[in-house]
Design a protein around this ligand. Structure first.
Ligand SMILES: Cc1cc2nc3c(=O)[nH]c(=O)nc-3n(C[C@H](O)[C@H](O)[C@H](O)COP(=O)(O)OP(=O)(O)OC[C@H]3O[C@@H](n4cnc5c(N)ncnc54)[C@H](O)[C@@H]3O)c2cc1C
Length: 449
């Protein structure tokens, strides 16, 4: 029996007719074999056509601000994915090069009949797919394996805010928050499959090697699932309090694994909904479902997701009106990168990200808002925040990141607040406000260089 994937998770990107050859799953955003709707669909198609299934990952030499820190996390995860694929009799191949070229030549070489890939709203991934489609005469299926409710089922336009997308997602959850099917083995494939040498593959990359991998974090599916189980047991029920207190150590810290698709958000949500109903559980589900899927909705429908053109008109107008306001402090990107400001709370947040590759969600808002306050222009502020977030964050270069920065600096998905210098009516945050919420000295002490 086939494990049919909900048809609305799948988009057919062209009208070509499937050939007789193997199915190729071009794995990109969802770098796992477990709980992966794109792989499940590719396997279904291979079973149906009685053809082999190949998994291909294309390793690009550069990706935005990604440094060796992120590449190392990704590569270790891919090596585990290779091993888990072998256990299912599948082979993951990692090939360096420009993805559309690599997929095209791989598909030609194996005489593929169909390409299946996963969904990603970011510009570069969409461009790769467009480029691939120009030169491929076999069908390409795109599967949303990242969101619980496929982004194109939720809405066909940019949603205004969490309150407009929430009811849409909630209506569809019963349909899409389904358990993952048990993996059904494919007929034995006699494919030579060489274990990837991560070190060797990374040696050929021309990436910045100054931002080092993070110590004490285990990349890959097993590391992510271990973290998830620990959070379910010790963090979930107090998540609502911990989300406002960076010292409480009660967030999931799952974003690096979720970003690289090493674990599925849907698996995390299934675990969370099976836990007792608490305020913590409800608050967590709001973030991992509504806020996360809102970010994908935004990046899919707004090509300006990393520029001020992407913020609402009121946000642009108010930042413009206050463009020439006197700034008490102005810092260069370099000073900010080195956490060398007058504000020890801000410096601690930047140090947290430098050291651990992730920053507490509450501090991320403060961090970005202060960059706006201390930059010459809103444009400079945005560029700096995105650069630092993407360079140091293990979870950077993600729709959540672009949306988080635009929310903080431009009022995206927010509303106007009381008018003040530099920010205009964009919501303001202050160190005093933080002091009222949590012990800032403890946080600073925990995040000193
Ligand atoms: C300025 C700024 C920059 C950010 N940059 C990133 C980034 O680069 N990558 C990233 O994944 N998130 C980013 N976020 C969103 C959020 O802060 C992080 O997802 C969260 O801090 C990750 O830690 P966690 O896994 O412990 O989250 P938890 O609080 O445990 O939440 C669980 C998951 O829910 C999702 N989530 C939580 N909060 C949000 C949110 N506000 N928006 C969208 N999804 C959310 C994430 O997938 C997260 O891993 C940013 C937010 C801001 C304000």
């Amino acid at each position: 029996m086939m494990a049919a994937v909900h048809p609305d998770r799948i988009r057919r990107l062209n009208q070509a007719v499937q050939g007789a050859g193997p199915v190729v799953y071009w794995m990109s955003r969802d770098q796992r074999v477990d709980d992966n709707w794109a792989l499940i669909h590719a396997a279904d198609m291979a079973r149906q056509a009685r053809v082999p299934l190949h998994i291909l990952f294309c390793l690009t030499g550069s990706f935005g601000e990604a440094c060796i820190r992120q590449y190392d996390f990704m590569m270790q995860g891919l090596v585990e994915t290779w091993a888990r694929a072998r256990e299912r009799g599948l082979c993951l191949r990692i090939r360096p090069g420009h993805p559309p070229d690599v997929v095209r030549s791989f598909a030609r070489a194996c005489n593929a009949g169909l390409v299946v890939t996963d969904f990603d709203p970011l510009r570069i991934k969409q461009e790769w797919k467009r480029e691939l489609l120009q030169h491929l005469d076999i069908p390409v299926h795109e599967v949303d394996a990242h969101n619980i409710v496929p982004v194109w089922r939720v809405s066909d336009k940019q949603e205004y805010a969490a309150r407009t997308i929430r009811p849409r997602i909630q209506r569809l959850l019963a349909e899409f928050l389904e358990p993952f099917p048990v993996w059904e083995a494919l007929p034995e494939q006699d494919i030579p499959c060489v274990e990837p040498d991560g070190e060797d593959l990374m040696a050929g990359l021309e990436v910045d090697r100054t931002v080092l991998p993070v110590a004490g974090i285990t990349p890959g599916y097993t590391g992510g699932m271990d973290r998830m189980h620990a959070f379910m047991a010790h963090g979930l029920d107090r998540y609502d309090r911990a989300s406002r207190d960076p010292n409480a150590n009660g967030l999931s810290r799952l974003s690096p694994w979720l970003h690289f698709g090493q674990i599925a958000a849907q698996r995390v949500v299934l675990e969370a909904v099976a836990s007792p109903r608490t305020q913590g559980q409800q608050a967590f589900l709001e973030q991992i479902i509504i806020r996360r899927e809102l970010a994908d909705n935004y990046c899919l429908h707004n090509p300006h997701y990393d520029s001020l053109e992407g913020i609402p008109a009121w946000g642009r107008a108010t930042l413009d009106k206050h463009r020439h306001d006197v700034r008490e402090y102005v810092y260069s990107t370099d000073a900010l990168e080195k956490a060398a400001t007058h504000d020890s709370l801000w410096n601690a947040a930047q140090q947290e990200m430098r050291r651990t590759g992730i920053m507490h969600g509450y501090m991320r808002m403060y961090w970005a808002k202060k960059i706006l306050e201390w930059s010459k222009t809103p444009e400079d502020a945005l560029a700096t925040a995105i650069r630092l977030n993407d360079r140091y964050g293990l979870d950077g270069r993600d729709p959540n990141g672009y949306v988080g920065v635009l929310w903080s600096m431009g009022g995206l998905h927010d509303r106007p607040w009381k008018e003040r210098p530099v920010f205009g009516t964009v919501r303001f945050m202050s160190a005093d406000g933080c002091k009222r919420k949590f012990d800032v000295h403890e946080y600073i002490g925990n995040n000193s260089p």
